[in-house]
Design a protein around this ligand. Sequence first.
Ligand code: D5M
Ligand code: FE
Ligand code: ZN
Length: 537
Amino acid sequence: MPLETPARIAQELASHGYNAEREAVTLLAGASNPDAALVAAVDAAEPDTLVITADHVRAALDRNATARTGDTPADATAGSVPATPGDPPVSTGTTTEKQEAASRDAPVETEGSGSAGTGTEPPAPTGSFTRDPDRAKRSLSVQGDVTGQSTGTGEYDEFVTVFRDRYEKLSKQLRGRVNHRPTDSLQAMPGGGDAGLVGMVNDVRSTANGHWLIELEDTKGVFPCLVMKDRPIADLVDQLLLDEVIAVDGTLSDDGGIIFVDSLHFPDIPRTYSPNTADRHVQAALISDVHVGSQEFMADAWHRFTDWLHTEEAEHVEYLLIAGDMVEGVGIYPNQDEELDIIDIYDQYEAFSEYLKEVPGDMEIQMIPGNHDAVRLAEPQPGFDEELRDIMSAHDANITGNPSLVTVEGVKILMYHGVSLDEVIAELPEDQASYDEPHKAMFQLLKKRHVAPQYGGKTRLAPEEKDYLVMEEVPDVFHTGHVHKLGWGQYRKVIAVNSGCWQAQTDFQKSVNIDPDAGYAPILDLDTLQMTVRKFS
Ligand code: D5M
Ligand code: FE
Ligand code: ZN
């Protein structure tokens, strides 16, 4: 079997239990007899080797002239990537502000990748592209990860604690905006004066006259706030979700029993926020929802993606961030088993691990779980347990919980799987949040400074000592998945990206008209925060 593509080579190595550096795979693909070169490289590796490096391959090629020059003519396609359908430029770039145009060309290009071997001329083993080998320049650290920190036992008291923490953190962000009086002192105040309140939205209902009554709760009690329907701020009421923390300013009614609201504030992203950027030209691929184990998992698109990662074009893509739903899981939705390709959850992770091995071994991988993964469903979700980490160990990925604030070369990327997006989209008006523009739903979460404000619907909350779901820090990039729709945009200089999926439409999705954006990889320049989307399907 000729090994014609980098992904095939990576797969072949994976089947021998090896991960490989990108340059190693390129060198192997460039050898005129890649099969022999691969065997020689594996032989050159020490017994405890996990990653086949470019040095292993060079050593093998030097030693093994057969592999380098090829006694047998190489297959016609050897060393080149098969033609890909001439994909049109990605047209789903639903950017709202100045952004890099969507991908202009087909994702997989072999020209210049140094991987083309003709079989008649020995390719120079060092002629492949060289990536920045200086790992010292890389940095990736994680904050706000619940993994190993979970204290929750599910007692009622803990729900009180987590909500109190949410209130404390978000009210701190809002205190400067209004002159907050705790609800008990508001109750004691005479009517008619100015009043400000920071509170959690307890209830929103319309009055008989069409005005809005918002009940806000602080640590002392609840207080009713009335927004008149003819005020411009009445539009903001549509954007409210239960349990989010807001501030209002207004006047107390004559009897002192209600606030007539003049202004309403969300914690929000400061308008003056200036994002962090990396000090060098380096990129990250932001993906999610791989769903290995589903019959609809798009293996071919995945292979094209990982092939591309091995090319010169992807030279600067040094990080791969995966925002949950690695596998399809078992028993997630009714009748899901009818569409399973792999029925055992551990087998699904084994298979996922094999696909992950196609990713160049010298890329850094960061992953968090989603609702299809084998961790608790309630958020914050801890990272994978030891057993699953063992299964996925070859790539030495950085595995943390959902959500995680990941700082990559100075750029703060908030990764969250995105289950709350279903809720935001269901609750808010179409122009504020929809499946076609998932980034707009993300803007709402940024505004509320919380990844899953509303508790009790689809989003399950695990009671913890603190609320891990609050955005205490402003992220530079907000990366989610889950809704299987590609969308990105900028909200007050913060880049929001929903990364699509690698699963074709399921029967359920067909039945409810969800048309997934499958097989795309958003690529983010960490030095400029420009986005490009590449299509592999
Ligand atoms: O869900 C992908 C998207 O599809 C997300 O918006 C939820 C929705 N979805 C998918 N399957 C179902 C079922 N069976 N019921 C309700 N909503 C569903 P993901 O969980 O990432 O596969
Ligand atoms: Fe998913
Ligand atoms: Zn999901």
